[in-house]
Design a protein around this ligand. Structure first.
Ligand SMILES: [Zn+2]
Length: 80
């Protein structure tokens, strides 16, 4: 009744998708995953990127989910 809803259905759907994407596979809580990443270059030019995804409920020891992904990108060939 004359209420202004700030979220349209499209925004709500996007919100829901975001919550699903960050759902913890271990404890099944939505919006639980957070991602931290770090990257550096190795002496041979390889770019190493480490992406750590963990459940925020890990802080309170209610979950133990943690996943580390390492991406290595070799340096571009300078002399083909
Ligand atoms: Zn969890």
């Amino acid at each position: 009744m004359g209420q202004n809803r700030s979220d349209t259905s499209i925004q709500l759907a996007a919100k829901r998708r975001r919550a699903e994407r960050t759902r913890c596979p271990e404890c099944r809580r939505g919006s639980a995953l957070r991602t931290d990443s770090d990257s550096w270059n190795e002496p041979d030019g390889t770019t190493v990127r480490v992406i750590v995804t963990e459940c925020r409920w890990k802080d309170t020891k209610r979950c133990t989910y943690s996943h580390t992904r390492t991406l290595r990108t070799p340096p571009p060939a300078s002399n083909p």
